[in-house]
Design a protein around this ligand. Sequence first.
Ligand SMILES: Nc1ncnc2c1ncn2[C@@H]1O[C@H](COP(=O)(O)OP(=O)(O)OP(=O)(O)O)[C@@H](O)[C@H]1O
Ligand SMILES: [Mg+2]
Length: 385
Amino acid sequence: MSGTERAPAAGDNHHLSHTRGDSVSSLNAASSTSTTRPFEMRDFVTVDTIGEGSYSSVREVFLANKPTERYALKIMDKSHIVREGKARYVATERALLAGRLADCDCVAALRFTFQDTYSLYLGMELCTGGDLYSQLKRSEGEVMTEEKAVFYVSEVTRAVQQCHARGIVHRDVKPENVLIDSTGHVKLCDFGSALDLQPVMTSVLTAIAEQAVKKDAKHKKNRCASFVGTAEYVAPEILEGCAETTTAVDLWSIGVMTFQLLTGRVPFKDKTEYLTMQAVLKGKYVYPPEANVSSAAKDFIDKLLVREPKKRLGFEDETSIRSHPFFASVSDWSTLRARKAPSVLTATGVGSDATVSESESESDTDDDEEWRARVNAATAALDAL
Ligand SMILES: Nc1ncnc2c1ncn2[C@@H]1O[C@H](COP(=O)(O)OP(=O)(O)OP(=O)(O)O)[C@@H](O)[C@H]1O
Ligand SMILES: [Mg+2]
């Protein structure tokens, strides 16, 4: 990643050179493509931390002179990336977001990138509705109505199909990586595990990609120990490590996610990650007795949680999944994002005292006031420094 470019405008994609190799010095080595001063962390005011990962955190930020333009800033720790050998994943995420995914209306857009000695920064479009996992947790009984689930799963399916059409397998489809934008519609995020089926070997990424291909071939048999993705959502063929990774792995994850939205729990789960992976390999799942899941939904899930990747619904052609009875209420797939979105559930208050309220996705006055108060608090905190 280079220094950066300046002045991101809504809708603009600012493309930068990025990581060059698997070392901190090489992460720093990329050249600048801009003549203006690079962004620095101190140019931004942090409103809140909105996500925490193993080697990254995501903050809601704004540029001090433009408080109304909000971004989600993903901050990744360089030393951790290098120690864990994740540089090529970071490089892939940035390259895909700035490249083939830049025109996807259901992927959270990358606006700008920059770096400093310790961290890499991805500035993204802020999805104000948070992630789908939070929506599920805030739902009554931590379960979604089938109507709501159909809405979200149809948009996730379309997002995943957009990725597949571009030769990209997401490999970590799960509610935490499904964001809700300000209109209540879905945007996919977190391409840190993505597999590029048609890698374009740009000069910056050639070395990393070539190394990765060699390493993958060498360590294919050890994939179970170092699989990409999340145990509860990972397809069995990834754990077995012998099959080629195909777009079918995302279809499996959509099946897991649908089960989870409708029942409040994932179909494969045990005390440890290892035991969870064993449960995935066994492939047996039962619906909680109290779950109210229609036969169409069960059939949809059953056809996705199929052991043989090529037999999963939607693998051969995208229309087979779209025309499943689970999606009977979806009349026109080309205008999904024009539908009225479900209300977004917002948490008000902080920590364990948080209470839950339901508000229409068209933000109302209360939201504006809360918003202003948070901005004022953040600005005051900055002034006090
Ligand atoms: N653009 C965004 N708008 C709003 N919230 C976001 C955005 N991007 C990320 N988040 C929040 O931050 C969380 C973590 O982001 P992300 O999934 O990209 O990172 P991660 O899971 O830590 O990444 P990795 O898997 O690479 O470690 C998301 O689950 C979501 O809650
Ligand atoms: Mg994530």
